[in-house]
Design a protein around this ligand. Sequence first.
Ligand code: DC
Length: 222
Amino acid sequence: MKSAPIIITIDGPVASGKTSASRRIAEIHGWAWVSTGAFYRGLAYVAKREAISLDDEDALSKLCASEIWEVRTSSERTKIYLREEDVTAEIYSEEIGAAASLVSRYPKVRENLLAAQRQCAVGVKGLVAEGRDCGTVVFPHAAVKIYLTAGSESRAERRAKEEGKNIEETMNSQQLRDRQDSTRKAAPMQIPAEAHVIDSSSHNLNEVVELINKLVMKELEL
Ligand code: DC
């Protein structure tokens, strides 16, 4: 019988560095990696393309199961395909991030995307999953749970630099998204009970990866 996969979850607010750090941890150990935000970004993007209102919970929850779009994992990016067209390059904007936050507030949508997220752990040796509710809802039995955060200024600076945008505007939209994500009723962003909290404000990516990896190695006795 195959042994159960090792699951590591990394949750946290917008631009806390979870994507880069989680991808590196997966790389170090040769494990699979998934950004669960891509499911919500993909849904929001496809809804826009199909002229489905972001306020229509029923239509959005039906769209979750539609075969017109698909999420595919890879070690670089969690990809979205719409009618076999790779639309990944279009989903990682802040505009789609904001739309993703809107569609993610619906319990039926979350429920309908859950099985596909859990499927990422099937048939793999290990999985590093990042998002908002990975440690609380998607993989509550994860071996190691991390909550990665950073001060709002350093998060805004980081993302504004990446996207060539104004820091203040970026900070405002991030604060709005974090507020929505942490105050919604369904699976709000929160620190999982057993999580190790890491503040990345004064650390570069290598240092954050090292901190997380030490915890992973220690807890898994690797
Ligand atoms: O991590 P991200 O920026 O790609 O996520 C986009 C939005 O998707 C985020 O603002 C809220 C939602 N999301 C969620 O509700 N649960 C997750 N596990 C991941 C993302």
